[in-house]
Design a protein around this ligand. Structure first.
Ligand code: 13P
Ligand code: SF4
Length: 311
């Protein structure tokens, strides 16, 4: 492992002094992942947040993740290095429009992917992440109709996996919709022994050619356990840091993005708003903080708890 920088050491000390825990998602910058107490996929991070005995949670991830941690710990203080670290998928589901859809289908069970705002969660019967979505959907009685929001790509994938019809919200993640099928097939021609692994937020035509589909942790476990040595990785490029640490001898190729994408590979601009400096400052100055009304937290907790009970 690389030697910690001065700022990383100072952050480690500050964390001890304040009894704080740093939870980081795999899409964060390597120097942030290095100082985290725990790195995980969305479900693991929610579970860690629910279990922690620390007084302060600093969330190195995006807003909905820090919000979930706060909802699970209303009495703790939760900080996010940059409050603008949102999520295109969460943004694609505005509460007012969602409430209207729900009104049209009052008898449907509402399943929401964790990538949505706390307010959307208050309209949800059960939350899911990419690692437990199948289980969550299979837990719903077969005679019940389902609304699934906000990710249509994950929703389509789940319909095919579970055989359940679902009414899908028309939302998507800009990062996972940026992959180019043509470029990927071209790349595959150059590496015919490669295995293609993809996050289920990717589009159907990408998932069709994938050898493995799963959450960030699922992909890491797959690569670790596989006898193959080359992988084309279709998710946010930040995951390559942990993946390469896990399998230093294997070849990992980030899935190529479409021509018009701002980045040749796929980076989540929201995740990348957090920097080590902002992380340090946010714990030092105890701001920006996630603040939610008691009522919102109480209502949003119900579907999150239901998910945790199921997983
Ligand atoms: P997971 O880590 O749960 O697979 O989620 C990926 C993602 O897009 C988070 O925003
Ligand atoms: Fe949201 Fe996509 Fe970024 Fe994940 S990668 S935080 S789903 S915009």
């Amino acid at each position: 492992a690389p030697q910690p920088t001065t700022l990383q050491e100072e952050l480690a000390q500050l964390k001890k002094d304040k009894n704080a825990v740093i939870l980081a998602h795999y899409y964060q910058e390597p120097e942030i992942q290095e100082v985290a107490d725990f790195i995980g996929d969305s479900l693991e991070l929610a579970k860690k947040a629910a279990e922690t005995s620390a007084e302060i949670i600093v969330f190195a991830g995006v807003h909905f993740m820090a919000e979930t941690a706060k909802i699970l710990n209303p009495s703790k203080r939760v900080f996010l290095p940059d409050l603008n670290a949102g999520c295109s998928l969460a943004d694609s589901c505005p509460p007012e429009a969602f409430r209207k859809l729900k009104e049209q289908y009052p008898d449907h069970v509402v399943v929401t992917y964790i990538n949505c705002s706390a307010e959307i969660k208050t309209h949800s019967d059960v939350v899911c992440t990419s690692s437990n979505a199948e289980k969550v959907i299979n837990s719903i009685p077969p005679e019940k109709q389902i609304i699934f929001a906000p990710d249509k790509n994950l929703g389509k994938y789940l319909m095919q996996k579970t055989g359940r019809e679902m009414l899908l919200w028309d939302g998507a993640c800009i990062v996972h919709e940026a992959f180019s099928l043509d470029k990927m097939l071209e790349l595959y021609k150059q590496h015919p022994s490669a295995k293609i692994i993809a996050h289920p937020e990717s589009e159907t035509h990408i998932l069709k050619i994938a050898n493995y589909i799963g959450s960030t942790s699922g992909m890491l476990n797959y690569v670790k356990g596989s006898e193959h040595d080359t992988f084309i990785v279709a998710t946010e490029a930040g995951i390559l840091h942990q993946m390469q640490n896990d399998v230093p001898q294997k070849t990992l190729i980030p899935a190529p993005a479409k021509e018009d994408n701002t980045c040749a590979c796929s980076e989540c601009a929201f995740m990348k708003m957090n920097t080590l400096k902002k992380l340090y400052d946010c714990l030092a100055k105890e701001t920006p903080e996630i603040k939610l009304s008691e009522d919102l937290m109480k209502k949003a907790l119900v579907p999150i708890k239901r998910m945790l009970q199921l997983s």
